[in-house]
Write a protein that binds this ligand. Structure first.
Ligand code: ZN
Length: 497
């Protein structure tokens, strides 16, 4: 192998990675601390950095090095770091070379502007205010989909950004296997008389006290605050500028002590993944969570399989009572009933684990129609509300609690939503496999020790970063391909009775 060519390729990929991470810091700052009048300038800065990163990756010199190294590194069975790096570079240079640099820059600018407007439009529940920005972002993303179209499903180009290796047909197949069963269990849960939350778990929960509680939840599952931090934002997210700098956000609801706790568990689940990557991969493009569905499998595993379970609450209830003595009247079973009640609600990120899938399927269907042109952005609120009625029997009272609730479309993240549901499927497969390998996980967790599960995930998932494909990670950890069946069985066992 030509060592000089590999070193030159590595140098280019690391420069691309550094610029991508610089863009991530600009976004983090924009969504947490930036004064709003900075938004227009920030859009230009984001656009410039995105374009510079794109130009390094798509330069003929980079592709030339990839081609030169092909004979030495293109064996798909080669699991060495150089071969994995080459595979990433081969795929991404080919994919991104189809996107004109001007389109990349304009999309980055447009999404930075749109996110700023979205925050205000959501606050005012004013879809008309957001519509021009949304139309602009959508047109740019449709142009990208056309550029990436390889004759397959037009949605493939959107999905590939978040889920390399998966095609829309794969997502369709997984969802088709899931939907009838999910609809049936959901309908039965809707019909069931709802159990009211214990009065001690309702009322007012001061944000000042919630802050410490969220931090305690993150610490319990092992989020490393010496290499990370927890902040607040309109839409919770995780940002990982570096292996030693992993940031998560949450948001607070003064009427609900659990919303923040589950948000933190979710984001800290993402954070643990980023903190657990093999340091040998630091500062290069393999230093990131494998795919978004793998990433969401980590967040959802901690949020749901762990965070809604008896063992976690055995360990954590004393913390809740300490922060809010008024909650002491609620027993462990009252808390478990409160955090596991399944009933249709308006907001995806606060949905219970049963109805959550319907939120994702609604957005996925709408995205497909927006891409094909069958649905115009102006008609989105109506289509959204019709879908909510059909799937969950609810009509959003306003657009803030409807079509404006998620950051994704303003951020240009079309193609992201399916990964949430696939991530849910993977989370249940992984947790079942972890319990089989490490039966002591529940007992240790009930004593506040999450290290057996965290260690298993680190070994099977986290450390690999992007060295292995998502399918490989799942196949090795779980002994089979990604499947909707275990997830459906889990939901049926928990919510179907
Ligand atoms: Zn997430």
């Amino acid at each position: 192998m030509n060592a000089a060519a590999l070193a030159a390729l590595r140098e280019r990929l690391e420069r691309f990675h550094a610029l991508s991470k610089a863009a991530e810091v600009l976004h983090w700052d924009m969504e947490t601390r930036m004064p709003r009048p900075g938004a227009a300038s920030r859009a230009l800065q984001c656009g410039a950095v995105a374009r510079a990163a794109h130009e390094i990756l798509c330069a003929p010199e980079t592709r030339g090095l990839v081609d030169e190294l092909g004979p030495a590194l293109s064996d798909p069975g080669d699991e060495s770091e150089p071969a994995a790096l080459w595979r990433w570079a081969e795929r991404e240079t080919a994919r991104r070379a189809r996107l004109p640099a001007a389109l990349v820059e304009e999309t980055s600018r447009a999404t930075a502007r749109a996110q700023d407007v979205w925050v205000e439009a959501r606050r005012r529940s004013d879809f008309a205010m957001f519509l021009p920005e949304l139309s602009c972002v959508l047109e740019l993303k449709r142009e990208a989909a056309r550029a990436l179209d390889d004759g397959g499903d037009p949605y493939d180009g959107w999905l590939a950004e978040f889920e390399p290796g998966m095609r829309a047909a794969d997502a369709d197949r997984l969802f088709a296997e899931l939907e009838p069963g999910l609809a049936e269990i959901t309908a039965r849960a809707i019909a069931r008389p709802r159990r009211e939350r214990h009065p001690a778990l309702t009322g007012f929960f001061a944000i000042e006290r919630q802050r410490g509680l969220g931090e305690a939840a993150a610490r319990l599952i092992g989020f490393d605050f010496s290499r990370g931090l927890l902040d607040e934002s309109a839409h919770p997210f995780t940002s990982a500028p570096a292996l030693g700098d992993v940031r998560i956000t949450t948001r607070y609801d003064e009427r609900d002590p659990f919303s923040n706790i589950f948000t933190v568990l979710h984001e800290a689940g993402h954070g643990l993944y980023e903190q657990g990557i093999d340091p040998a991969l630091a500062d290069g493009p393999l230093c990131a969570g494998g795919t978004m569905s793998l990433h969401e499998s980590q967040s959802r595993l901690w949020e749901n399989a762990i965070g809604r379970g008896r063992e976690f609450w055995t360990a954590f209830l004393p913390r809740l009572r300490e922060a809010f003595p008024s909650a002491a009247g609620a027993s462990l079973d009252d808390v478990l009933a409160a955090v596991n009640s399944a009933r249709p609600s308006l907001i995806r990120v606060e949905a219970d684990e049963l109805t959550y899938g319907q939120h994702v399927l609604l957005r996925y269907g709408l995205e497909r129609r927006l891409l094909s042109g069958d649905l115009r952005p102006a008609d989105l609120p109506e289509a959204w509300n019709a879908g909510m009625r059909e799937r969950l029997g609810l009509t959003p009272p306003d657009d803030a609690r409807g079509v404006l609730q998620d950051v994704h479309w303003s951020a240009g993240l079309f193609g992201y939503f399916p990964t949430y549901l696939i991530g849910n499927m993977i989370s249940i497969q992984l947790y079942a496999a972890a319990l089989k390998d490490r039966p002591e996980i529940p007992e240790r967790l009930s004593r506040g020790d999450a290290s057996p599960l965290r260690g298993w995930l680190r070994d099977k998932v986290h450390r690999h970063g992007r060295r292995l494909a998502a399918e490989q990670v799942v196949a090795r950890a779980c002994g089979g391909p990604i499947s909707s069946r275990p997830y459906l069985e889990y939901l049926r066992a928990k919510h179907g009775a």
